[in-house]
Write a protein that binds this ligand. Structure first.
Ligand code: G
Ligand code: MN
Length: 269
C-alpha cells in the first residue's frame, strides 16, 4: 500500500509482467445445460505480482487499456489460448474456446485478419473461437460494427459479455452481429431468492431466443440454480458449481470426467 501502490509503479510492473511471461491464462469450463457435457472454455487472464499478489482482471485490464498495453495483452493471450486449444486437439478434445477482448482492440480494422492468421497457422477452424466483448456503459460499441462483422464473415462467434449491466443493450443486440448472450452473474447468483432476478433472466432468455442467439448463464452456484435455468430454457451454464477456472492440462481431464453427466449433476472441482 501507500507509495508502492501508485498506478505508475503498477503500470510498470504490468508492462514487465507482459514482456516476461508473468501473465497466465486460466480456463473456465461451461456446459450445455441439456446434456451436462462440456460446451467450451473461457480463457481468463491471471496476473500474480510478487509485490501486489493476485490482481483481478477487473483491475489490470483497465490499467492495460489506459497504459496502451491492451493490444499486447490481447495478442499474447490469444496466442497462449490458441496453443492450449491445439494441445487439447492433440489429445482428441475439440471444444469451443472463448476469449475476452477489449473494445479498444476492435478499433483496429486489421485485428480480424490477425486473429484469422493465428488460427490458420495452427490449423484451428475459426468456428471454434468465440470472442467475448463486455457490454460496457462507458464504451459505445456500435462504431465497432465493421470489425465485428469481419469476424463473423471469417466464422468467429461473438458473445456479448455481462449482459444486462450496460445501458444500451437492446440497440446493441439489434445492430451488432452477436451469436451469444452471457447473462451477467449479478442476475444469476440470486435467481433462487429474487423474483426480480428470475424475471430478468427469463426475459433475457426470451429475447435471445427471439433474436436467434444462444444464452449462457454466468456465475451458476448450485444444482438448484442450474435446474431452474434448465426450466427457463437457458442453453449453457458457467460458474463455480460447474467448475472454477482450471489449468489447460486440467481441461482435458475435466472434459473426460464430465462426459455424459446429466444436467444438475456437474462435478464441482
Ligand atoms: O476471472 P474473472 O471471472 O474475474 O474475469 C472475468 C472478466 O474479466 C471476463 O469476463 C472479462 O471481462 C475480464 N477478462 C478476463 N481475462 C481477460 C482478458 O484476457 N482480456 C480482457 N480484455 N478481459 C479479460
Ligand atoms: Mn467473459
Amino acid at each position: 500500500m501507500g507509495a508502492d501502490d501508485s498506478p505508475p509503479l503498477k503500470a510498470e510492473r504490468l508492462r514487465n509482467a507482459l514482456r516476461s511471461g508473468g501473465l497466465s491464462l486460466a480456463y473456465q469450463p461451461k456446459i450445455s445445460i441439456a446434456t451436462g457435457q462440456l460446451a467450451g472454455v473461457e480463457a481468463l487472464a491471471r496476473w500474480h505480482d510478487r509485490q501486489f499478489g493476485w490482481i483481478e482482471p477487473a483491475a489490470f485490464v483497465p490499467l492495460a487499456e489506459k497504459e496502451g498495453l491492451i493490444d499486447e495483452l490481447t495478442d499474447r493471450g490469444l496466442v497462449t489460448a490458441l496453443d492450449a486449444w491445439s494441445s487439447w486437439r492433440d489429445t482428441g478434445l475439440l471444444t469451443q474456446i472463448s476469449f475476452n477482448i477489449s473494445a479498444l482492440s476492435l478499433a483496429h480494422l486489421d485485428f480480424p485478419d490477425r486473429v484469422e492468421e493465428l488460427c490458420r497457422v495452427r490449423d484451428i477452424p475459426t468456428a471454434h473461437l468465440t470472442l467475448e466483448l463486455t457490454e460496457s456503459a462507458s464504451q459505445e460499441i456500435i462504431p465497432l460494427i465493421d470489425t465485428l462483422t469481419r469476424f463473423r464473415i471469417k466464422g468467429v462467434s461473438l458473445a456479448i459479455d455481462d449482459f444486462g449491466t450496460g445501458f444500451s443493450s437492446l440497440v446493441q443486440l439489434r445492430r451488432l452481429p452477436f451469436t451469444e448472450i452471457k447473462i451477467d452473474r449479478c442476475f444469476v447468483h440470486d435467481i433462487l431468492v429474487s423474483e426480480d432476478s428470475r424475471a430478468i433472466v427469463e426475459a433475457i432468455i426470451a429475447l435471445a431466443r427471439a433474436l436467434g442467439l444462444s444464452t449462457t448463464a454466468e456465475g451458476v452456484g448450485s444444482s438448484e440454480a442450474l435446474a431452474l435455468l434448465a426450466t427457463l430454457g437457458c442453453d449453457q451454464a458457467q460458474g463455480h458449481f460447474i467448475s472454477p477456472p482450471i489449468t489447460a492440462a486440467e481441461v482435458h481431464e475435466w472434459a473426460a470426467a464430465a462426459t455424459g453427466m446429466p444436467a444438475g449433476k456437474a462435478r464441482a472441482l
